[in-house]
Every structure is written in structure tokens, then in C-alpha cells.
Design a binder for this molecule. Structure first.
Ligand code: ADP
Ligand code: 5GP
Length: 193
């Protein structure tokens, strides 16, 4: 994919698990119709409230390996042990075809890679929890992870928080309404410039 052929902008939302990415991405999708969400591929299990093709394309490990082998992923990471996530090239083309800007919810390493690839065309936003304790509480209260998965996510939080300076802006997600309004304003400004 050449940078020259890229027609729209990219909004990259990143953070440790539980910081509020999904909540903020949902809001942005609702209020800014020029944005379309890039649905990633993943090998993790589907959650109760998730829908195939809306939240993720759920894959087996073999299917995910095929995607890598065929060059179907723009970037991918083993975010947690044996849990793979990747951005599909087909999603980027689909969204370009719709003449929309692309909204990503990806981990700190994938976000750094995408930002470096697209530079000024991309705005990378780090969603910062008020504290590590609050972050853990949110993740535990979400009740979406098995105890093992929860442990893996908590183990990785500190490392993920250390990536903050890699991104264009960080937004603290303490009061949700304030964070939603702030993010929306920043994104709208970036899209009009
Ligand atoms: P992520 O996608 O980054 O893992 P989520 O958006 O799923 O995070 O948020 C994690 C949990 O915290 C969810 O249950 C969500 O409803 C809740 N949450 C998000 N933002 C806030 C906030 N500002 N205050 C309290 N709870 C929040
Ligand atoms: P979750 O399992 O909570 O939906 O996501 C776990 C982590 O994987 C989050 O940090 C999320 O942003 C990240 N993630 C989701 N999709 C992608 C992707 O396509 N690429 C990368 N690198 N990370 C992703």
C-alpha cells in the first residue's frame, strides 16, 4: 500500500486494556459519520456482547497464520500470549472505497507502527487511565476476561503505559463525558485541517 494512493486520514486510538478505547471509539463512530471503524482480525474468543464482523473477525490460529502468509495484514501483534490481533488490508481498502476516514482501536505497538507508516495523515491518541488501580478496577468490573486472561492483561499494563510519549496526544479518561467531548473535539479539528 503506497502512501501516495491514500485518500483519507487515520485516527488511531490506543491504550492499555480497560482504559476505555472501545467506549470512546463507539462514541466517535456515532457522532462523526465521516469515520469508519477498521474491524481487526483476532484469534481471541468472542465475548457475549460481540458480533462477528462488527467488533472483530474471529479466526483460528491457522486462519490467522494464513492471513500473515498471504500478506493480508497491514500490521499484526501477539498482544497477549497466543492471542493475535491484526489490521486487515481489505478493511483499509473498503473504507477508502467509502471515502471515509479510518478509525482504529489497536494496541500500543501496532499504533506506533501505523503512526510511523502514515505520519501526518494519522493522528494517534493515547487514552490514559487516571491511575493503575482504576485501570485494574475497570478491567475487573467489565467481567469479560477469564482469571488467566485478566492476569495477562494486568501484567502488561505497566509496559503499555510507558508508551504514552510515542503518541500525538494523550487524553485522560477519568470523567467519561469529559473524555468523550475532548476526544471528539481533537478528532474533528484534525479532520478539517
Ligand atoms: P478498552 O477497550 O480500552 O479495553 P473499555 O472501553 O472496554 O476499555 O472500558 C473498560 C471498562 O471501563 C468498561 O466496562 C467501560 O464501560 C468502563 N469505562 C470506560 N470509561 C470509563 C470511565 N471514564 N469511568 C468509569 N468506567 C469507564
Ligand atoms: P481486546 O481483546 O480487549 O478487544 O483487545 C486487546 C488489545 O488488542 C487492545 O489493546 C486492542 O486495541 C488491541 N487490538 C485490537 N485490534 C488490533 C489490531 O488489529 N492490531 C493490533 N496491533 N492490536 C489490536
Amino acid at each position: 500500500m503506497s502512501k501516495e494512493s491514500f485518500k483519507g486520514k487515520l485516527i488511531i486510538i490506543t491504550a492499555p486494556s480497560g482504559a476505555g478505547k472501545t467506549t470512546i471509539v463507539r462514541h466517535l463512530k456515532e457522532v462523526i459519520p465521516e469515520l469508519a471503524f477498521s474491524v481487526s482480525a483476532t484469534t481471541r474468543l468472542i465475548r457475549k456482547n460481540e458480533i462477528e464482523g462488527r467488533d472483530y473477525f474471529f479466526k483460528t490460529n491457522d486462519e490467522f497464520s494464513e492471513l500473515i502468509k498471504n500478506g493480508d495484514l497491514v500490521e499484526w501483534q501477539e498482544v497477549y500470549e497466543n492471542q493475535f490481533y491484526g489490521t486487515l488490508r481489505s478493511e483499509i481498502y473498503r473504507i477508502w472505497e467509502e471515502s471515509k476516514h479510518i478509525l482504529f482501536d489497536i494496541d500500543v505497538k501496532g499504533a506506533t507502527n501505523l503512526k510511523n507508516k502514515f505520519n501526518d495523515k494519522a493522528l494517534s491518541i493515547f487514552i490514559k487511565p487516571p491511575s493503575l488501580t482504576v485501570l485494574m478496577e475497570r478491567l475487573i468490573n467489565r467481567r469479560s476476561e477469564t482469571p488467566d486472561d485478566l492476569r495477562r492483561r494486568i501484567k502488561k499494563m505497566k509496559e503499555e503505559l510507558s508508551y504514552e510519549s510515542e503518541f500525538d496526544i494523550s487524553i485522560v479518561n477519568d470523567d467519561l463525558e469529559v473524555a468523550l467531548q475532548h476526544t471528539e473535539k481533537i478528532v474533528r479539528q484534525f479532520l478539517v485541517n
